[in-house]
Design a protein around this ligand. Structure first.
Ligand SMILES: Cc1cc2nc3c(=O)[nH]c(=O)nc-3n(C[C@H](O)[C@H](O)[C@H](O)COP(=O)(O)OP(=O)(O)OC[C@H]3O[C@@H](n4cnc5c(N)ncnc54)[C@H](O)[C@@H]3O)c2cc1C
Length: 508
C-alpha cells in the first residue's frame, strides 16, 4: 500500500516549516525503508489550519510530543500532528483513512496498555492545542476541548466557584481517564467522570464529525469503552457549585507486619460493607521508604475527608491504635489533594523517567487479610532494598467513596464494575534490560494480582481498563455480561468497522 513513495521526507519537512514553525531545520533523513516513508506529510499539511503543527523525527520537539509515561510496549509513530481545531482532526483522520495509515490520539500520554505497542508506525494526533474551556450561561455545564488537562480544568472551574469529577492525578488529561469510566475525588457524590457527559463531538474513522448526546447509541459506549470509536474533540460535562472548599488528610504509615490489622480496620471503619460515606476516601501504597524501614516496604495510608479541617477520628483512631510508624495530619483545600497523595504535577508519578510502568489492576469489594499478607510477602521479596531494580514500585489500593457510582444504573454505560469498591494494582517500576526482564515482571505482576483475586473467592477478574496491563480479556476490561459484549461489538462494527481505533484496549 506504500509502494508509491510520494516525496523524500527531508524535502517534505523543509516544505512544512513555514506552516508549523517547528524548531531547527531537520538534518537530512536517510532514504525511506519503512511503511512510514509513504506518509505524504506535505499532502495533508496543506489542508490544515495555520495553527496546526507538524513534527517529524528530526525535529527537536518530536520527542516532547511523543514521550510516554511508560516505555513498555509503547506505540511507535513517525509523524506528530497537533491539530489547531476540530476540522484539522477531521482532515488528518480522513487522510489516514484513505491512505490506510495508523493513527492514535495522544493526550496526557499516560496510557500504558501493552496493546498500544501494536502501533508500529503512523501518525500521532496530539490534542494539546484543543484546550478550550467555556462554562455555560446557566453554569450547569462546561464545554472543553478534547485535549484539556485534568488539573487545568479543575483550576479554571475552581476560579469560577465550580467543580466536576476529574481524575485525581494532575498530569493526566481529562478525557483519557473519562473514556474508560474515570475515577476521582468527587465520584462519591456524582458518579464517575464519564457519568457527567452531556454531549461530545467525535471524529469517526472516516473523518466525519458527529455530535453525540444522550439519545445517541454511542453515548453508552463512550462511557467506559470510549477509546474505541474515534477522537473526541470536545465534551460538555455537568459541573457543580463548590459546597466544601476545605479538605483534610491524615497520612499514617505502618510497617509491613501490620498488613492484616490495617486492612481489617479499613474494612470495618471505611468500606463498611459498601456504606462508605461520600465525603471520605482512603488510599494506601506499599512502597520502599528507607527512612522508616530499611528492609521492607511500608504501608502508607492516606485518609482524606471533605468539608473538615481535621479528619474525623472515627476514621483515624482505629488506625492509630494499631501502632503506626508515623502520623501526619494536614488541612487545606480540594486543590491540595494531588500534592498530599503524591500525584501533583511535580510528584514522581507524574514524571517521564523513561521507565517501564506496568500495572496489574483488580477491583475488589473488601480486603482479604490472608490474601494481602501473601501478596505483601511476595511483593516485599521482589522489590525490597535500595539496590533492587524494582525499588521504586508501588502497590496501590484506591478506596474511593463509591455511593455516587453505584447510585447510577449499572446498565447505563459501558463501565461494567460499579458494584466494586476498591481498585488495587501493583505498579512495577523498572528500567528495562529487555524482553526477558519484561516477561519476568509480567509474571510477578500477574502472580500478585492472582493472589488478590483468589482472596475475592470469585471466578471473574474485574480490572480497570485505564490501569490494565494489556493482556487481559475483553470480559475483564468491559464486563462478563453477554449483553455488554454484544452491545460493544455492535457499536464497534457500526462506528469503526475497520478497527482504526483499536490500539487501546480493543473491543474486537
Ligand atoms: C500518574 C497517573 C495517575 C492516574 N490517575 C488516574 C485517576 O485519578 N483516575 C483515573 O480514572 N485514571 C487515572 N490514571 C489512569 C488513566 O486514566 C490512564 O492512564 C489514561 O489512559 C490516561 O490518559 P492520558 O490522556 O493521560 O493518556 P494518553 O496516553 O494520551 O491517552 C490514552 C488513550 O486514550 C485515548 N484518548 C485520549 N484522549 C482521547 C480523545 N480526546 N479522544 C479519543 N481517545 C482519546 C487514546 O486511545 C489514547 O491512547 C492515572 C494514570 C497515571 C499514570
Amino acid at each position: 500500500m506504500f509502494a508509491r513513495f510520494l516525496a523524500p521526507l527531508a524535502a517534505v519537512a523543509s516544505s512544512i516549516i513555514p506552516l508549523v514553525a517547528c524548531g531547527p531545520a531537520p538534518a537530512p533523513i536517510p532514504l525511506p525503508t519503512t511503511p512510514a516513508s509513504g506518509i505524504d506529510v506535505q499532502a495533508f499539511a496543506k489542508q490544515l489550519s495555520k495553527t496546526a503543527q507538524i513534527f517529524l523525527p528530526n525535529d527537536s520537539q518530536f520527542t516532547t510530543y511523543t514521550v510516554r509515561w511508560s516505555n513498555l510496549d509503547a506505540p511507535t509513530v513517525n509523524v506528530v500532528v497537533l491539530p489547531g481545531n476540530e476540522q484539522d482532526v477531521s482532515k488528518i483522520v480522513q487522510f489516514a483513512y484513505q491512505k490506510n495509515i495508523p493513527i492514535l490520539a495522544y493526550n496526557g500520554h499516560h496510557g500504558a496498555l501493552t496493546t498500544l505497542g501494536k502501533m508500529d508506525y503512523g501518525i500521532a494526533i496530539n490534542l494539546a492545542q484543543l484546550n478550550s474551556l467555556k462554562i455555560a450561561k446557566d453554569k450547569k455545564t462546561v464545554t472543553v476541548g478534547g485535549g484539556i488537562n485534568s488539573h487545568v480544568l479543575t483550576e479554571q472551574l475552581w476560579a469560577a466557584g465550580k467543580q466536576t469529577v476529574t481524575g485525581t492525578c494532575e498530569c493526566v488529561s481529562y478525557l483519557g481517564p473519562a473514556l474508560g469510566g474515570g475515577h476521582g475525588w468527587l465520584q462519591g457524590h456524582h458518579g464517575l467522570i464519564s457519568d457527567q457527559f452531556v454531549s461530545l463531538n467525535i471524529v469517526l474513522a472516516t473523518g466525519e464529525v458527529k455530535t453525540i448526546n444522550q439519545s445517541s447509541d454511542l453515548m453508552w459506549g463512550l462511557k467506559g469503552a470510549g477509546h474505541n470509536f474515534g477522537i473526541v474533540t470536545s465534551v460538555t460535562s455537568k459541573i457543580y457549585d463548590i459546597e466544601h472548599s476545605n479538605w483534610a488528610i491524615e497520612t499514617i504509615v505502618f510497617g509491613g507486619d501490620k498488613v492484616e490489622q490495617v486492612y481489617d480496620a479499613a474494612n470495618k471503619h471505611l468500606i463498611q460493607n459498601g456504606t462508605q460515606s461520600a465525603d471520605i476516601h482512603q488510599w494506601s501504597y506499599w512502597l520502599n521508604d528507607a527512612t522508616l524501614d530499611a528492609d521492607k516496604p511500608v504501608i502508607v495510608v492516606y485518609t482524606m475527608q471533605e468539608g473538615v479541617d481535621a479528619v474525623d477520628s472515627v476514621y483515624t483512631q482505629p488506625f492509630k491504635d494499631i501502632g503506626p510508624l508515623a502520623v501526619t495530619p494536614e488541612a487545606g483545600t480540594y486543590r491540595d489533594l494531588g500534592a498530599w497523595t503524591n500525584i501533583a504535577l511535580d510528584s514522581p508519578p507524574c514524571q517521564d523517567f523513561g521507565f517501564n510502568n506496568p500495572r496489574f489492576p483488580i477491583y475488589i469489594k473488601n480486603y482479604n487479610g490472608t490474601a494481602l499478607r501473601a501478596a505483601y510477602d511476595l511483593y516485599a521479596s521482589a522489590i525490597s532494598g535500595a539496590d533492587n531494580p524494582y525499588t521504586n514500585s508501588i502497590f496501590m489500593f484506591e478506596d474511593y467513596a463509591t455511593g455516587g457510582v453505584r447510585a447510577i444504573d449499572d446498565r447505563s454505560s459501558a463501565f461494567a464494575f460499579r458494584s466494586d469498591r476498591v481498585l488495587a494494582a501493583p505498579l512495577i517500576i523498572y528500567d528495562s534490560t529487555g524482553a526477558a526482564e519484561d516477561a519476568s515482571v509480567a509474571k510477578l505482576g500477574n502472580q500478585l494480582r492472582e493472589i488478590i483475586h483468589q482472596g475475592t473467592q470469585q471466578s471473574e477478574l474485574h480490572t480497570y481498563v485505564n490501569y490494565a496491563y494489556g493482556t487481559e480479556t475483553t470480559q475483564q476490561w468491559y464486563g462478563y455480561d453477554a449483553w455488554r459484549q454484544e452491545r460493544l461489538k455492535a457499536l464497534k462494527t457500526k462506528y469503526d468497522p475497520k478497527g482504526k481505533f483499536s490500539f487501546y484496549a480493543p473491543i474486537l
